[in-house]
Design a protein. Structure first.
Length: 430
């Protein structure tokens, strides 16, 4: 039987699949003027490390950018070691110990042996286009990792990495379009960070009464308490005075959770994050097992707190998981005599978390005992003031949630656009 291959007009079949007829497939070596190794000056020569020239290792690349410079070296260090100076605007790609990181040098910078400096041939390839393509290729590059103790990509493998290469004007246009998306994503990222800092600052002052709503002030001034200085008209209560704390239950020995949906969802620590539960990862209790652990459930009105492994994750469960079974590695706070969301924010704040952190560092096997949780001190304003405080914090959190959803959508859309632009599926007008 003859099978006809689909022929796409204006495209040609290559090792990388269909690409426009005007494009070439070329190895990285063919678009570079030079590839440069890095190195580390001798640590024994302290005089090498008090210079003015920035020097970085793979750990200094965060979010595909050079982070704050931690170390600087001298000209003598460069002359007497295998490190090299990469010029501003050239590409830094981590080829060992952290393969997948890369950046464009923001200024002249020296590199460790973690890096290969990529100097593009600007007559053939646009630097931004090459950077974007290498970033797009990260999953493939990671698959090329070799070695056991130290993973890495060899020079021979790297130079053969294939690039679908449009004409230079089209490269520049593609880079311009994708860079616009990057700027929008970075703007959202900065906005989210600012909102998170605002929320953190608000929680700090609202939950300690340093900033108050005037209508709730009964008595002016502050007084010293077990939690530090608080408003005179606030109380301090132990957690056991305002909530019942009850443990969860493990699946019986010899039984296991199921991916197959049953009427009985089971919430593990792995499903929890600060504030809530990842619904799409929840597993289920088999119907024959449920009667054994049926009493160990959590309501949407309760708060959970993790007590083993990762301590102090706190949150609430959504209505869709109301009545779900709760892991033995978390406790629930139930029958609350306070505003639930106010208590949630107090538990998430440094007021409580600093004590949990101390518990975590003092024990080899981190565990938060029920008796310890019951003794936590909680700042306790009137119920109306609690509600007002939590409402304001929730408002800020909803703004953060909206921005994070936008951020996720932008990233998804950019990824799809990259796929189409870098393969020529969608062409740009030059």
């Amino acid at each position: 039987m003859n099978v006809k291959k689909e022929i796409k007009r204006g495209y040609k079949m290559t090792k990388l699949g269909w690409i426009p007829v005007e494009w070439e497939v070329i190895g990285l070596k063919g678009v570079c003027a030079k590839l440069i190794n890095g190195g580390t000056p001798s640590r024994k020569k302290t005089e090498y490390w008090n210079g003015t020239i920035p020097w970085i290792s793979g750990a200094d690349i965060l979010n595909q950018e050079v982070s704050a410079i931690r170390r600087r070296i001298t000209k003598e260090a460069i002359e007497n070691s295998s490190t090299n100076l990469i010029k501003k605007g050239d590409i830094l790609i981590v080829t060992r110990t952290g393969v997948g990181k890369l950046a464009i040098a923001p200024f002249d910078i020296c590199i460790s042996q973690d890096f290969t400096g990529v100097i593009p041939n600007l007559d053939i390839i646009n630097t931004e286009f090459l950077f974007i393509f290498l970033d797009f290729s990260i999953p493939k590059l990671k698959c090329l990792n070799q070695g056991t103790s130290i993973n890495g990509i060899t020079r021979d493998v790297l130079i053969k990495h294939k690039i679908p290469l449009p004409p230079l004007p089209e490269q520049k246009k593609i880079a311009q379009i994708l860079s616009t998306w990057d700027r929008a994503i970075h703007t959202l990222e900065r906005l989210i960070s600012k909102k998170q800092e605002l929320k953190k600052g608000l929680m700090q002052v609202l939950l300690t009464g340093k900033v108050r709503f005037g209508e709730f002030v009964v008595e002016e001034g502050m007084r010293e308490t077990k939690l530090g200085w608080l408003p005179r008209d606030w109380e301090v209560k132990r957690l056991s005075e305002i909530a019942e704390i009850k443990g969860g239950k493990r699946i019986p020995k010899g039984k296991s959770l199921s991916d197959e949906k049953t009427p009985y969802p089971y919430i593990r620590v792995a499903d929890m994050f600060n504030g809530g539960v990842k619904i799409n990862q929840v597993k289920y209790v088999p119907e024959d097992v449920f009667p054994i652990i049926s009493r160990y459930t959590i309501s949407e009105k309760d708060i959970f707190i993790t007590v083993a492994g990762t301590l102090g994750i706190v949150g609430t469960v959504p209505a869709s998981l109301d009545g779900a079974n709760l892991t033995e590695n978390a406790d629930k706070l139930t029958n609350l005599l306070c505003d639930r969301d106010y208590l949630l924010f107090v538990l998430m704040s440094s007021i409580v978390q600093k004590h949990i952190k101390a518990e975590q560092t003092s024990n080899a096997q981190p565990k938060l005992a029920l008796t310890r949780i019951r003794k936590f001190f909680i700042p306790y304003p009137s119920l109306k003031e609690q509600k007002r405080i939590s409402t304001l914090i929730i408002k800020i959190q909803k703004e953060i949630d909206f921005l994070e959803n936008e951020f996720s959508c932008f990233q998804t859309q950019k990824k799809g656009l990259m796929q189409k632009l870098l393969t020529g599926e969608v062409r740009v007008k030059v």
